[in-house]
Design a protein around this ligand. Sequence first.
Ligand SMILES: Nc1ncnc2c1ncn2[C@@H]1O[C@H](COP(=O)(O)OP(=O)(O)OP(=O)(O)O)[C@@H](O)[C@H]1O
Ligand SMILES: [Mg+2]
Length: 225
Amino acid sequence: MSILHTTQLNKEYQMGEVTVHALRGVDFVVNKGEFIAIMGASGSGKSTLLHLLGGLDSPSDGEVTLAGKHLAQLNDNDLTIIRRREIGFIFQFFNLLPTLSAAENIALPLLIDGKRIEDYSAKVDELLTLVGLADRKNHRPHQLSGGQQQRVAIARALVTDPTIILADEPTGNLDSASGGEILKILRRACNEKEQTIVMVTHDNQAAQYADRVIRLKDGRVDYNP
Ligand SMILES: Nc1ncnc2c1ncn2[C@@H]1O[C@H](COP(=O)(O)OP(=O)(O)OP(=O)(O)O)[C@@H](O)[C@H]1O
Ligand SMILES: [Mg+2]
């Protein structure tokens, strides 16, 4: 079942006189429960594509359809709600709030969505266990290693049970052992929770955890099995 698809996605950036064609007619489909890796050289358009998939930026042309909704047709308010409830973002730099504990960082998307976080303490504990941090619940980000911080970020992305997780180089800032842990957790979320994941990576090793690899070259899909 398709959960996300793009049709003829184009993105141009106008830099004074120069037009940068970051994406040129990208078509692809993501099915429910799939773990997809997007690969390609630096500048090939990977981050641009991920931003469009997540509604963080809008295409110059073409369409992104997520869970049956055309993102371009949504107003700002609806788009904000979709981003909050349907999409979990994981970035290369973990983007945790420094004054909050691991558990509070994980619960943050619920708080922002107006939920009573007291109702979700079991859920937060379950996610802390999933990412192997049950004994780091009250640690602040600066008291955690980089790999542990990224695991908090993964739990935070999962807490809303999003339709899709979008991850941009989630292991890019980690050593290979910590990176491997992150990839195993993502793989487990896919296997056990049928979590759909789209992950941008440079790393062939990382891509091996995915079900399918899509390659971008100069803003086009170069290889899509
Ligand atoms: N905000 C922007 N304004 C202008 N040009 C941009 C902008 N963002 C990206 N670009 C250009 O679009 C192209 C694609 O960039 P993008 O960041 O998507 O590449 P990438 O594949 O993620 O590269 P990397 O592997 O280095 O992260 C590049 O040529 C880049 O210079
Ligand atoms: Mg990038």
